[in-house]
Design a protein around this ligand. Structure first.
Ligand SMILES: [Cu+2]
Length: 418
């Protein structure tokens, strides 16, 4: 095959790319749509998310709170948070400073492990650092599985002009020294980078001057045979290489001694895990047995047939189904539960056929339909490509006093194409 590069084809390609860019929408998603539908549905159910305040100046505090439930239908092929997991915030770059975090009121500066099927309440306190408009996500970094993100909330950060005090990012070390974290040790970082880059370049320059770089030598060795490879090494090559080798070892040792001398008191990065106990979800006394579930591609809806048995002495009303960060609300039941900035909410997304209210002592077959264009918008249609077609989500229901209960429901799912 012959590849021709001509000015004409380059122009045509350029025009094509420019034309394509006309059809591209705004890029505002940060992987929240790209992740596999099954991964979003069956890993972490984030809820009650709140980010406040939404408009701040550099140096101001922003608090992120929320809860999540670790799915009992966690995909088999995905490493589980029962091993190692770290709670963090997903924003583009170091735009905030994470000051404090807690999970179920346990300080969470390090990694931890989460049991499946439990509820965790978290709080992250951070300080705005760089002006801009950011989609702030809560996220869990699960070891070997990657980041699992909650939904985003836009936060606007203005520069601190007009603020009461200039922005400072200082910390007091254990030895009582106050350091500026924006610049601390930065000079040393630059110096050491330069030292190594210079050494590396000098080595390459020597071989450039020899007019024989790596690939020609490699080819020559292959032609001569491995056993004669030593012949292409001159005495000068040997001496220069030895000097570089010795120099490298000397710089490593020198750097170590210099570091010990400049920073005599250090403690290693702490890697131990924090223990936290998960909470049991408030299920009330409602048994839910999922009989079947279907995903209707054309109708962008998930249909769940279940038998609901109320063993309490109160009536329960089905108010919400939450999956993949999308909230499907039953407008007949759920009151003003969301805060206005919340994204991915289908206010009329959940319908319950029959009756949304299960009287005390009753056992009823119920058909729940979670339907909205959000399925399409958030690329949940990829569900049909899953080799392990199952769904999961949280079902929220309320007793007569308006108290909220919830539990996870899930099971196999069948797609329908008409
Ligand atoms: Cu985002």
């Amino acid at each position: 095959m012959k590849v021709v590069f001509s000015a004409r084809s380059a122009t045509v390609n350029l025009v094509l790319v420019l034309l394509l860019s006309l059809f591209a929408g705004d890029v505002v998603a940060h992987g929240e749509r790209a992740q596999l539908a099954s991964m979003r549905m069956r890993t972490v159910h984030w809820f009650d998310l709140n980010v406040a305040p939404l408009k701040v100046k550099v140096g101001d505090i922003v608090t992120v709170t929320g809860k999540f439930y670790t799915s009992e239908l966690w995909p088999n092929q995905l490493p589980s948070p029962e091993d190692t997991v770290y709670l963090n915030i997903g924003v583009p770059g170091p735009t905030f400073i994470k000051l404090d975090a807690s999970v179920n009121e346990v300080p969470m500066v390090r990694s931890t492990a989460f049991e499946l099927g439990k509820v965790y309440e978290y709080r992250i306190i951070m300080r705005a650092r760089i002006p801009g408009r950011y989609h702030v996500h809560s996220l869990l970094n699960v070891k070997d599985a990657g980041s699992l993100v909650g939904k985003g909330t836009w936060v606007e950060v203005e520069d601190h002009s007009g603020g009461p005090v200039p922005f400072v990012n200082e910390a007091t070390t254990l030895t009582g020294e106050t350091v500026n974290l924006e610049t601390y040790g930065l000079g040393d970082v630059f110096v050491w980078h330069v030292v190594w880059i210079v050494l590396g370049i000098a080595y390459i320059v020597y071989w450039l001057a020899r007019r024989e770089l790596f690939i020609p030598r490699f080819i020559r060795v292959r032609e001569m045979g491995q056993d004669k490879a030593d012949e292409i090494l001159t005495k000068r090559d040997f001496v220069v290489s030895s000097v570089f080798f010795t120099l490298t070892l000397a710089v490593i040792l020198g750097g170590y001694l210099w570091g010990e001398n400049k920073y005599p008191i250090t403690i290693p990065l702490q890697t131990g895990k924090v223990d936290v106990v998960g909470l049991t979800p408030p299920t009330g006394e409602l048994d839910i047995e999922v009989e079947s579930a279907r995903y209707e591609l054309a109708g962008r809806s998930l249909m769940i047939n279940a038998v609901l048995t109320n063993r309490s002495d109160q009536a329960y009303s089905i108010g919400e189904f939450l999956t993949a960060n999308i909230r499907f609300l039953n407008s007949a039941i759920s009151g003003p539960t969301t805060y206005p900035e919340e994204e991915m909410v289908a206010f009329d997304g959940l319908t319950v056929t029959g009756d949304s209210v299960i009287p005390p002592g009753a056992s009823r077959p119920v058909k729940m339909v979670a339907s909205d264009a959000l399925w399409e918008q958030y690329r949940m249609t990829g569900l049909i490509n899953d080799p392990d077609s199952r769904f999961a989500g949280l079902l929220f229901y309320f007793d007569e006093d308006g108290k909220r209960y919830y539990q996870e429901i899930g099971g196999p799912i069948l797609p329908t194409f008409f």
